[in-house]
Structures are given as C-alpha cells and as structure tokens.
Design a protein around this ligand. Structure first.
Ligand code: HEM
Length: 188
C-alpha cells in the first residue's frame, strides 16, 4: 500500500484495471474477479520481491555432510537463506531496488512461479519441501485486500510527507515509519 501511495500513477493504473473488470457500483470485488487482474498480481509479486516480510527463511539444517556448489555443509550444520538479497540481486533483476510491477508482466504471458520449482529468482515463501504451505492463501488475501482497498478508496500521501519505505525488523520486517495516508471514498 505504501508503494501505491508513493507512486500514484501505479495506483491509478491498478484502479483502471479493476474498473475494467468490476461492475460500477459493486461494493466488494469477488475472489474470481481477482484472476482477471494481471497488474494486481504483478503489484503483489513486486511487493513481495522488494519488501519480503521475512529477510531469511526459517533456519534449515542438513542431516549428513552435503555438497552445496563448491562448499561442504557438515552434518547438523545450519543454513540460512538470504531471501531478501535474492530478490534484490542485480544479476537477476534489472534496477532491483526500484518498485516496477511491470517486470512481472513481461515473462511471456506465463504466471510467475512463486514456488521456484523451475528456477529461483526470489523466494518470499521459501522453496522446496518446507515452503510456506499458505503461500496461495497469503497471495489471495494480499490480492483481495489491496484490490478492495483501492476500489473503495483513493489513497494519497499526506501533504509534504514523502512516503518513507525504510524497514525495521520485528517478528517480521515492518515499516520503520508506519504509513500515513489520506483516504477518500470513491463510491457514492
Ligand atoms: C505474506 C505472507 C507470508 C509469507 C511471506 C510467509 C513466508 C514464509 C516463509 C519464508 C516460511 C519459511 C519457509 C522455509 O523455511 O523454507 C514460512 C513457513 C511457514 N508458513 Fe508462511 N508466510 C506467509 C503467510 C503464512 C500464513 C497466512 C500461514 C498460515 C495460515 C503460514 C504458515 C506457515 C507455516 C505453517 C510454515 C512452516 C512450514 C514448514 O516448516 O514446513 N504462512 N512462511
């Protein structure tokens, strides 16, 4: 939401996408309508890439000596995956620190594989056997709330306030300075 306040043109583009799918006067966007909104999905994926709620997955361990590339991880050794850094890797992502949902639209019309079963370019939910079992549920909720919040309200920055995207670590990573916004109802 902070990025949608910071970049009103992205918010407007999303609103126009929603308007093309949802009937005028409809109060709540329905679950099945979300599937017709590729730009919404791109915004959610870009949010998870640029601001993953966890910067590491849960610590993993090996039960026997294991070779990982040119390294050996000894039995019972712990491995921490630097998940946020993967999503910010300039060798994989062009201009990685910028918020550009479009990057998820130009992958040959295919939906981005968040589970990393083919290749791992980011892994906000982890990957493999211990991947977050709720990744589908989480994305559905993110899409549902963001779409409805934008459909019902216009979100504007507070006058003279530049939205600060700095982060701090709590149980998950959160905004260092919580988002403040002026919200105006769109429906009459
Ligand atoms: C945006 C929201 C969420 C994110 C980014 C997220 C991310 C993650 C990550 C990174 C892991 C660790 C994966 C690993 O160790 O390899 C994890 C594990 C897990 N998550 Fe989530 N999660 C989210 C929402 C949820 C929700 C809503 C639930 C429950 C309803 C949930 C349940 C779990 C469980 C049970 C595990 C442990 C799985 C295991 O160790 O086998 N997560 N999640």
């Amino acid at each position: 939401m902070a990025n949608l306040v910071k970049y009103p043109q992205i918010q407007e583009k999303l609103f126009m996408e929603i308007k093309g799918v949802v009937q005028d006067g409809e109060e709540n966007i329905k679950e099945e309508e979300l599937q017709k909104m590729p730009y919404l999905k791109a915004i959610i994926l870009e949010g998870l890439r640029r601001h993953p709620p966890g910067h590491f997955v849960l610590p993993h361990a090996v039960t026997e000596d294991a070779a990982l590339g040119k390294y050996v991880v000894p039995k019972d050794g712990t491995i921490n995956f630097m998940m946020a850094e993967m999503g910010w890797n300039p060798k994989v992502w062009e201009d990685p620190m910028a918020f550009k949902p479009e990057r998820f639209l130009s992958i040959g019309g295919e939906t981005f594989d968040i589970t990393g079963s083919r290749e791992i370019k980011m892994m906000p939910f982890g990957a493999g056997r211990r991947i977050c079992p709720a990744n589908g549920l989480a994305i559905l909720h993110l899409e549902y709330f963001v779409a409805n919040l934008i459909w019902r309200f216009e979100w504007k920055a507070v006058d003279g306030d530049d939205v600060d995207l700095s982060e701090k670590e709590e149980f998950t990573v959160v905004m260092k300075n919580p988002l403040q916004a002026q919200i105006c109802p769109r429906l009459k």
